[in-house]
Design a protein around this ligand. Structure first.
Ligand code: SAJ
Length: 416
């Protein structure tokens, strides 16, 4: 069993630290952000993810997981810090700082693994160069590998175990050693390659999803013009054995998919296709604002009830959420907005209760496909509203029921 020093106790780092420690490794979890280590020591988990609090508390109770503000000497260093993107460039400052913080404790025979999403070439160049300022060299003195996370927010604990992994090594021995570590808790297949290929694969997966969603969004726009129901059309097309089109929606949010495609451009040069994909998905919140304004035409001082501000269904994460952009866009046009979201913590966004939200509203606008919305009774909602209108940008509730309750229903991508 290894002693792992894991840097960055965020969405990926914390569950990974818990998993490694639950599988017998000694883990020192490091986070430099004020308060995180102190809160975790008291069992307060800052990340909202099903079952994570219980698993982290268990890991702390076993004593295998300990917490620290600074890295300690270990066999393996695992960096899971954020790599945001500003003005079309990857911000590697957190990764650089985390890597530099390892230098005082790095010793011969150690393995360093990067999990953060990075532009291809970062591990073999930026990280390696920084680590070699210690006087040690890779792979002669220390080993180096890249192992991207692939988990879906909302299903992290399951996917961290079940998903296949791709591990890139600075040399085959580094990849094999990293594979051995992950094998202790990963049940999915583990494939090995070199660092830059693994970095490329990670970004390609998210860029592919972005492209597929942009295609669905483009189809939604065209279907509206052709008076076709895009949802039915996509479902029918997906019966073809080699077609798998994703779902249109109010835009692409989260901390990964809207960001990662830019890492490809950063590393490999411009791509008109990727720029277009980003532009199509980034234009969706404005399209939804236009759809709502059209619906509200002729109403003085209109009010809408927005359902769902998280970036996607059944999570409470607001990062890059297209719903937040829609809310701001509507407010900018003088529309009164009351938002209801059962998943988002109330200190992170101005939220109303369901009752307050629909009171005297002129439309309900569904922006996130939270499961709960399916079970809300349109009859009781309609009774509180000034006008019975539903705009569903996710196609996620039973429209027949809403129509029966007297609502005019508009669905993104369904031509009328
Ligand atoms: N979305 C649509 N239509 C769809 C699917 C998604 O509009 O058919 C929207 C969502 O509402 C959301 C955005 O796209 O706003 C992204 O959501 P997502 O569920 O596609 O992905 P993430 O960002 O939650 O997680 C992705 C996953 N990547 C892939 O599926 C290729 C996950 O496996 C990665 O680990 C994660 O990015 C990451 O951390 O990179």
């Amino acid at each position: 069993m290894a002693h792992v020093c894991l840097l960055g106790l965020g969405y990926i780092g914390l569950p990974t630290a818990a998993m490694l420690s639950m599988h017998g490794h000694r883990v020192t979890g490091v986070d430099v952000r004020p308060g995180i280590v102190e809160d975790l020591k008291q069992g307060k988990v800052h990340i909202k993810e099903p079952d994570l609090t219980a698993v982290v508390r268990d890991a702390l109770r076993t004593g295998n997981l300990t917490l620290s503000h600074t890295p300690v000497a270990a066999d393996v260093f695992l960096t899971c810090v954020q790599t945001p993107h500003d003005d079309e460039h990857a911000d590697l400052s957190y990764l650089r700082k985390a890597t530099e913080s390892i230098l005082p404790v790095l010793k011969s025979g150690d393995l360093v693994i990067v999990e953060s999403t990075v532009p291809p070439g970062t591990t073999a160049n930026v990280v390696r160069t920084l680590l070699e300022t210690s006087g040690l060299r890779a792979p002669q003195d220390f080993q180096l590998a890249y192992c991207p996370e692939r988990v879906m927010p909302g299903r992290v604990l399951r996917e961290i175990v079940e998903n296949a992994r791709v591990i890139g090594g600075i040399d085959p021995a580094s990849a094999e050693r990293a594979k051995e570590l992950y094998s202790s808790f990963v049940r999915g297949e583990i494939f090995t390659t070199n660092c830059t290929t693994a970095e490329f694969v990670k970004i390609v997966e998210n860029a592919y999803r972005d492209l597929n969603i942009a295609f669905a969004n483009e189809l939604a726009r065209m279907a509206e013009r052709l008076r076709v129901d895009v949802w039915q059309a996509i479902a029918l097309a997906n019966h073809h054995p080699r077609v798998r089109i994703l779902r249109p929606g109010p835009g692409v949010g989260g901390h990964c998919i809207p960001v990662d495609p830019w890492f490809l451009i950063d590393a490999a040069g411009d791509s008109p296709l990727i720029r277009t994909v980003r532009a199509v998905n980034d234009a969706m919140p404005q399209r939804v604002v236009d759809l709502v304004l059209q619906d509200l035409e002729g109403i003085n001082s209109p009010n809408v009830a927005v359902w769902g501000v998280a970036y996607k269904g059944d999570v409470g994460d607001l990062r890059e959420s297209p719903a937040v952009e829609v809310v701001e866009g509507l407010k900018g046009h003088g529309v009164g907005v009351a938002a209801y979201d059962p998943h988002v913590p109330p200190d992170e966004f101005p939220l109303s209760s369901l009752d307050e939200c629909v009171q005297d509203a002129d439309s309900v606008v569904i922006l996130t496909d939270h499961r709960e919305f399916r079970f809300i009774d349109p009859l009781s909602v309609g009774g509180e509203m000034r006008r019975k209108s539903l705009i569903d940008t996710r196609n996620c509730v039973d429209h027949a029921r809403w129509r029966e309750a007297g609502f005019r229903v508009r669905i993104l991508g369904r031509g009328e």
